[in-house]
Design a protein around this ligand. Structure first.
Ligand SMILES: Nc1ncnc2c1ncn2[C@@H]1O[C@H](COP(=O)(O)OP(=O)(O)OP(=O)(O)O)[C@@H](O)[C@H]1O
Ligand SMILES: [Mg+2]
Length: 388
């Protein structure tokens, strides 16, 4: 396995820039996930790393060596696609063995007629069979070696596609939404399997997904992309707890974060819908602010930080509910609150409260601002929470 380095990767299709000078270091053995809205350039970046697409500028290095001049198969990288890309007319065994037979047998030895005639072919095939079996054992797919992909479930097909990638002992795995064709239950199962596989192989993996839970639970780090840029790179906890921009805050977290218009008051404190919050802001370029509060940080009740809302409806998730409100001051603004199902459903107008430390404050360009938040006693709670 090896780490990867991307430097200044730029790509345009016609006049449209799709990747804007991407710099990224992926450590040996790291599980890095690319997330971002549709069309932001995730697949293009993977294809450039794999050598399936060429960049206009910039360079890709694997294990410290530039691979820009190498063709895809010479890069020793395995790509696993959303649609599995298995050959339908070949058995599971032959699909997994294919990368090895293509490199270890010559053209004549690959002809069906040669099967019986070439002793060398038999020796090579015995070795390949051992390797395929070792990989299949790890993925628990030996029992359907002789089936064709059409005779397998989606999860089984995905495992065969993984097997075909693993058998090459690649320096890194690139996975483009590998679980998105599976039903919800199977996705959860395969998520666990992929995480275990990553731990067992110690493999470098770059993973693309739209699925919040996959991104949060599987990754060592997330790269949140938008319009061909990396907006934030960090551990799932860092990105969730300290989103760098409103775009990141809106993209990570489900249901999405609540965003409220606010501004800097005369004393430097945040003013939100006529209330002065116990939060001091410095270095705001203009007085306009946006305050973000995650639905799970809001509770029904009053307090120094609160907004008045009118209850609209409830979405029952089983053990908890998402309550949807309209902001009383501007009914077009929806406010979400994630609560335990033991909490009685409110009626009419109610205050929704949150803690100062749960407020994410952004400037008029959507960039995160450093703030000092205080509790009712005036103590600096942000600093207290960081010391913990
Ligand atoms: N071969 C191509 N020719 C022209 N434009 C392309 C080509 N491939 C991709 N694009 C454009 O480049 C942009 C990025 O595409 P890409 O497939 O990388 O997005 P993505 O982040 O993977 O999106 P999704 O989440 O929908 O898979 C899109 O606007 C897409 O239309
Ligand atoms: Mg894509």
């Amino acid at each position: 396995m090896a780490g990867l380095t991307l430097r200044g990767i730029h790509k345009a299709f016609g006049d449209t820039a799709v990747l804007n000078d991407i710099d990224l270091d992926i450590a040996d053995g790291e599980f890095l996930t690319l997330v971002g809205p549709s069309g932001c350039g995730k697949s293009t970046l993977l294809r450039i790393i794999a050598g399936l697409e060429s960049q206009d500028r910039g360079s890709v290095s694997i294990g410290g060596t530039s691979v820009d001049h190498l063709r895809p198969h010479e890069r020793r990288i395995a790509m696993v696609f959303q649609n599995y890309a298995l050959y339908p007319h070949m058995s599971v065994f032959d699909n997994i063995a294919l990368p090895l037979t293509m490199t270890r047998l010559n053209l004549f030895e690959r002809l069906p007629l040669m099967r019986q005639l070439s002793p060398r072919r038999r020796r090579v095939m015995d070795g390949i069979a051992r390797e395929v079996r070792a990989v299949a054992e790890q993925l628990r797919i030996e029992s359907f070696f002789h089936r064709r992909p059409g005779q397998l479930s989606g999860g089984q097909r995905q495992r065969v596609a993984l097997g075909r990638a693993m058998v090459r002992h690649p320096q890194a795995f690139l996975m483009d939404e590998p679980l998105s064709n599976l039903d919800a239950k199977l996705r959860v199962h395969m998520r666990g399997e992929l995480t275990e596989l990553h731990a067992r192989l110690g493999a470098t993996m770059i993973y693309v997904t739209h699925d919040q839970i996959e991104a949060m639970t599987m990754s060592d780090r997330l790269a949140v992309m938008d319009h061909g840029n990396i907006l934030q790179l960090g551990t799932p906890a860092e990105v969730y707890e300290r989103p760098a921009t409103t775009a990141v805050a809106q993209f990570i977290g489900s249901p999405a974060i609540n965003l409220f218009p606010a501004h800097v008051g005369p004393g430097g404190q945040v003013e939100l819908l006529g209330r002065t919050l116990p939060i001091d802001v410095r270095n705001a370029p203009t007085p306009e602010l946006t305050v973000g509060v995650r639905p799970e940080a809001m509770r029904i009740g009053g307090g120094p930080c609160a907004v008045t809302c009118r209850f609209r409806r409830r979405e029952n998730l089983g053990s908890e509910s998402i309550l949807q409100f309209d902001l009383a001051a501007s009914p077009e603004v929806a406010v979400l609150c994630r609560v335990d199902n033991s909490i009685p459903i409110p009626e009419g107008e109610v205050p929704l409260a949150f803690e100062p430390r749960d407020c994410h404050v952004f400037d008029n360009n959507g960039r995160r601002l450093e703030v000092e938040s205080r509790n009712a006693a005036g103590r600096d709670v942000r600093r207290a929470s960081e010391a913990r």
